[in-house]
Design a protein around this ligand. Structure first.
Ligand SMILES: Nc1ncnc2c1ncn2[C@@H]1O[C@H](COP(=O)(O)OP(=O)(O)O)[C@@H](O)[C@H]1O
Ligand SMILES: [Mg+2]
Length: 404
């Protein structure tokens, strides 16, 4: 379609033969159809209004973004169709305006829009249109008349979300540093406690009689607790330090086994049954054993805390063609839909002495292993957490050749 066709047509308006009119109409219709096809094919939303803010045109993308029907909207005021859009203040400057907005219906999206006044150049000549030949057109003065506005809408939801994720990662990094500092500081008094208990133990060994056995027993318990604290702090530090996991081929079942054994006394005390259904023929997985243990530790700890007393924790390992799956299902109190959406937020906890860091660290570890984490739960119906770890380094998957 040649540009300037309409200009030429207007120039020749007075000299068109009646039989030519039909041809021109066909060409105009064709041109309009052509432009409409293009406007509907582009991703940006486009809305054109007249000088009173009434919609004269909108493309499919604009309809979709605002949940509008084109036929119903033409001729209606844009600020009536799109509630909350202050058309008056957006257009009063007379120049182009660019802003962001959030749409809540039909879908929650972030939009950047750009409003430009539409100005149509008008040729003014005393002779009028009918006599306007090529010579008189060059002599005419040219002025602009504002006939409305064009609004161009761009969906920026994706980039906004990425921005949000970056902010969260930064928050998490600051938090990790702080936690690492605190954990590190705990190490020194623990060491000192350990040394003093060793000294006490030596003194106690010199005593005789009944008090000796009792003191000895207390010191043993205290030293065991110190060792436990020390190993938790160590594990914690290793897990949150922003280091890349050191991957070695490992048997994931043995990592599960080891972590469960860590809780042996707690499991016994709370009268909990841990059922392990571990698939024997799993391939060795390239994982950081300590980090993965930390992840399992946090997940199992949450389940034991949710069960409180008397219940079942079922741990299964299985595989499909690309991933090894480890699922933890408990019979605890589960979690409400509202809280479920917040469990990965730093500090989110429903426990009086919780840190709200556990699941966040679990997800980080799993992601750094190229894996995924999923949680399913109904309030009062327990919870299932699934960890998927890739067992083969396949970046793409070839599909079956289609039937000819
Ligand atoms: N197995 C579970 N059953 C019920 N709720 C859970 C379970 N695991 C996690 N949650 C919920 O997720 C929240 C966050 O867990 P987490 O990040 O480990 O922090 P914390 O355990 O310190 O509260 C918990 O406070 C709890 O509300
Ligand atoms: Mg926890």
């Amino acid at each position: 379609m040649k540009a300037g066709f309409i200009d030429k047509l207007i120039g020749r308006l007075g000299r068109i033969e009646p039989q030519e009119v039909q041809n021109y109409f066909l060409r105009l219709a064709e041109e309009k159809g052509f432009l409409e096809t293009i406007f509907n094919a582009i991703q940006e939303g486009i809305i054109v209004t007249d000088s009173n803010g009434r919609i004269t045109y909108l493309n499919e993308a604009a309809c979709e973004l605002f949940g509008l029907q084109a036929e119903e909207s033409i001729g209606k005021r844009l600020d009536e169709r799109v509630r909350g859009l202050d058309w008056q203040s957006l257009t009063h400057s007379g120049g182009p305006v660019s802003r962001d907005m959030e749409i809540f219906y039909p879908q929650n999206r972030f939009i950047n829009f750009y409003i430009v006044p539409l100005v149509i150049e008008q040729r003014e000549s005393a002779a009028g249109v009918a006599d306007a030949g090529p010579r008189s057109a060059t002599a005419a003065t040219i002025s602009g008349e504002k006939v409305g506005h064009a609004m161009i809408l761009r969906d920026i939801t994706q980039s906004r979300r990425t921005e949000q994720e970056t902010i969260e990662t930064e928050r998490l990094n600051a938090l990790t540093l702080l936690a690492a500092g605190v954990a590190h500081e705990i190490g020194n008094p623990l060491n000192s406690l350990n040394i003093h208990f060793q000294l006490m133990q030596r003194q106690v060994a010199k005593l005789d009689g009944a008090p000796r056995a009792e003191l000895q027993e207390s010191i043993n318990v205290a030293r065991a607790e110190i060792n436990r604290l020390d190993s938790i702090v160590g594990q914690f530090l290793r897990a949150i330090r922003p280091t890349r996991p050191q991957l070695h081929p490992e048997n994931i079942n043995s990592v599960i086994d080891e972590t469960v054994r860590f809780f042996a006394s707690e499991i016994r005390d709370r009268d909990i049954v841990v059922e392990q259904e571990l698939r024997a023929d799993l391939p060795l997985l390239p994982i950081d054993r300590d980090q993965m243990k930390q992840a399992f530790y946090d997940v199992i700890k949450n389940s034991l805390e949710a069960i409180k007393r008397r219940g079942i924790l079922r741990i299964r390992s299985d595989m499909d063609e690309s991933h090894v799956l480890i699922t933890f299902t408990d019979t605890g109190g589960g979690i409400s839909a509202e809280n479920l959406s917040r469990v990965f937020e730093p500090y989110f906890t429903t426990k009086t002495s919780g840190t709200g860091l556990g699941l966040l660290i679990v997800r980080r570890i799993v992601r750094e292993h190229g894996g995924e984490l999923a949680i399913e739960s109904k309030e009062g119906k327990g919870l299932t957490l699934t960890i998927r770890l890739p067992h083969s380094d396949k970046r793409i998957r070839m599909l079956e050749a289609g039937a000819r």
